[in-house]
Design a protein around this ligand. Structure first.
Ligand code: ZN
Length: 453
């Protein structure tokens, strides 16, 4: 084969032919972003067919009950070079979707809702608000930069293994609740590429929630009542914790706070840091008793035991003496430092766009947005996520061949794509087929009953 044949250049996007070393040559690729890498990624590695199968939800034309307009009413938006944002791209088939992505080579692909009509044709219809979202996955966006007041290792979009447990906590708490409290089954968690996680709830009943119902679900997870001037961000009202919060606390938050974050973030190691926690103790005399102890222990501390743990135990001792019980103060501190912080607006509105899985993050070392298995999310390591370069180099080592379907299999993307299929896509498509079949049979039965009259 020739290199020419493997890469179709589009008319409107002139990109230099990808400059990978010749077959057999092993050379490290330059690490900075290069548009030609993206072109190879989309032509060789991106799982187009999986994206199509997911977005079709079984409407693939193979069953008489398929909705042939389904995929074509879904909005995809592209971010192109120079921050050009192109909304309302729509596709009627797997081939259209794949060709468009390969052609335009978007830096980012966002997925929007399904509308009542093809949004690309929105101008052909008269009147305001003709274009209405009718279906959309229930989505959650958890961004590490929202935790900057409770982590000291990094800030903004940076993450490391010391603060990443905050995301693990979020996945565990939200995933358990979505399954146990709401009964959802088809939930996809994705590393957002640099600074957090996205969650896609894809059950049919989740996709059909109204904005009001979405807001109610988002509110269910809300425990933050404070504002920026109020460090105490959590208010656990009432004598008894809501069962969801109580379970989150005993099964996840407490353990992560005490065994990881307390020491990895040195939450009580310095005066500046422990003062933030003392501020959350409503009884001033208790707070000053602790302050006195901690100022003392700074002078006499032995290096044997971690200072954060010693101080936390001292604080908890006061709880045991019933002194802090009334205000659920210990729990409020733990919630403040660990409880998931959701971007509520993303979850509340059907028409919010969210980055597609398997996109790359071109500006930041280029990690691929790979799925996270909620069942062992504590093993997920954001520092070893495949980057755009890595699978390309692996592919390069194997030799570029255009005749093999699924070349990702030889690369570090393999586990991510296999996980996407086995834990999410296959069970989802199975239930979509079953639902399609049963609604078809119900309709058949209905028309038979009508005929028999
Ligand atoms: Zn960090």
């Amino acid at each position: 084969m020739t290199r020419q044949g493997a890469y179709k250049e589009s008319d409107d996007m002139l990109i230099d032919e990808p400059k990978l070393p010749q077959q057999g040559q092993i050379a490290a690729l330059p690490n900075e972003f290069n548009p030609s890498y993206l072109k190879i990624y989309y032509s060789k590695l991106f799982p187009h067919a999986d994206l199509y199968r997911w977005m079709s939800y079984g409407n693939d034309g193979k069953h008489p009950a398929c909705d042939s307009s389904y995929l074509g009413r879904r909005e995809f938006s592209y971010t192109l070079d120079n921050d050009i944002f192109v909304r309302y791209n729509t596709f009627n088939s797997a081939t259209e979707l794949e060709n468009s992505i390969k052609d335009k080579c978007p830096l980012k692909i966002d997925i929007g809702p399904i509308y009542n009509l093809n949004p690309a044709h929105r101008n052909a219809y008269a009147g305001d608000n003709v274009l209405t979202p009718v279906e959309r996955e229930l989505i959650f966006d958890i961004d590490m930069s929202d935790y900057d007041d409770v982590r000291y290792c990094c800030s903004g979009a940076d993450v490391c293994l010391n603060c990443w447990p905050l995301m693990t906590v979020a996945v565990k708490v939200i995933d358990t609740s979505l399954r146990d409290d709401f009964g959802f089954r088809h939930i996809l968690w994705v590393y957002s590429g640099r600074r957090g996680v996205h969650c896609w709830v894809c059950d049919r009943k989740a996709r059909r929630l109204t904005n009001e119902q979405r807001a109610a679900v988002a509110d269910y997870f809300r425990v933050y009542k404070g504002n920026e001037n109020n460090y105490k961000k959590v208010s656990l009202m009432g004598q008894v914790l809501h069962p969801f919060l109580a379970r989150s606390y005993t099964e996840v938050l407490k353990e992560y706070f005490e065994t990881k974050l307390l020491t990895s973030q040195n939450l009580l190691s310095s005066e500046e840091r422990y003062e933030k926690i003392l501020e959350m103790i409503p009884d001033q005399s208790i707070a000053s008793e602790l302050r006195g102890k901690w100022q003392e222990s700074r002078r006499s501390s032995s290096a044997k035991e971690d200072i954060n743990i010693i101080r936390w135990e001292q604080l908890k001792q006061l709880q045991l003496k019933q002194l802090l019980q009334k205000h659920k103060c210990v729990e409020e501190i733990v919630f403040t430092y660990t409880y998931p912080r959701l971007d509520m607006e993303v979850s509340k509105h059907m028409n919010h766009l969210l980055k597609a899985p398997f996109c790359v993050h071109p500006k930041t070392g280029m990690p691929v947005c790979v799925p996270i298995n909620p069942n062992n999310c504590e093993e997920f390591d954001p520092t070893t996520v495949p980057t755009l370069i890595q699978p390309l180099e692996e592919l390069n080592r194997e030799g570029l061949r255009s005749d093999v379907e699924g070349e990702w299999n030889k690369t570090s993307l393999a586990n991510a794509i296999k996980l996407f299929r086995s834990s999410f896509l296959q069970p989802l498509l199975k239930i979509c087929k079953e639902e399609m079949e049963s609604s078809y049979n119900a309709k058949l039965q209905q028309s038979k009953n009508l005929l028999s009259w």
